[in-house]
Design a protein around this ligand. Structure first.
Ligand code: 5GP
Ligand code: ZN
Length: 136
């Protein structure tokens, strides 16, 4: 299913040109046009799913296989020393395009990027309480 108003649907299905570095029947991987680092790429399913919550399990699983294949290609061809896989869901989490996408961000020594968070210090009781809330 495609969303006629979605730019990533148009890109994934070839209606808008992109710098494609991988394509199969269900996915296209493109270079991000505002890259964090050299080779920053986006794994796009050709069908429209807004985010991880809307994505069927088999598509999510295949997306990660594509992410792995293309990560290996980025490492082999660009010589990155590491790579971050990032996937944002919802505005609060930084998602700006509401079509599921996985960021592949090659990392190089001194590339100037910081894809990190600020650790907090919950007590053992707080962690146990959160665990119980999730599990029960
Ligand atoms: P998000 O913040 O939703 O996780 O990531 C959206 C990403 O898509 C951003 O990194 C942004 O640079 C990229 N992006 C947005 N529009 C376009 C586009 O039209 N073409 C390409 N190649 N990347 C885009
Ligand atoms: Zn879409």
């Amino acid at each position: 299913m495609k969303d006629p108003n979605c730019i990533f649907c148009k890109i994934a299905n070839g209606e808008i040109p992109s710098n494609t570095i991988y394509e199969d029947d269900s996915f296209r991987v493109i270079l991000d046009n505002g890259p964090a680092t050299k080779g920053h790429a986006l794994v796009l399913p050709k069908d429209h799913y807004a985010d991880i919550f809307a994505t069927p399990e088999d598509t999510a699983a295949k997306a990660m296989i594509v992410a792995k294949k293309v990560s290996e290609k980025l490492k082999a061809k660009l010589g990155c020393e590491g790579l971050n896989i990032v996937q944002n869901n919802g505005e609060v989490a930084g998602q700006t395009v509401k079509h599921l996408h996985i960021h592949l961000i090659p990392r190089y020594t001194d590339d100037g990027q910081h894809i990190l968070w600020n650790p907090t210090s919950p007590s053992a009781e707080e962690l146990a309480s959160i665990r119980d809330k999730i599990n029960n």
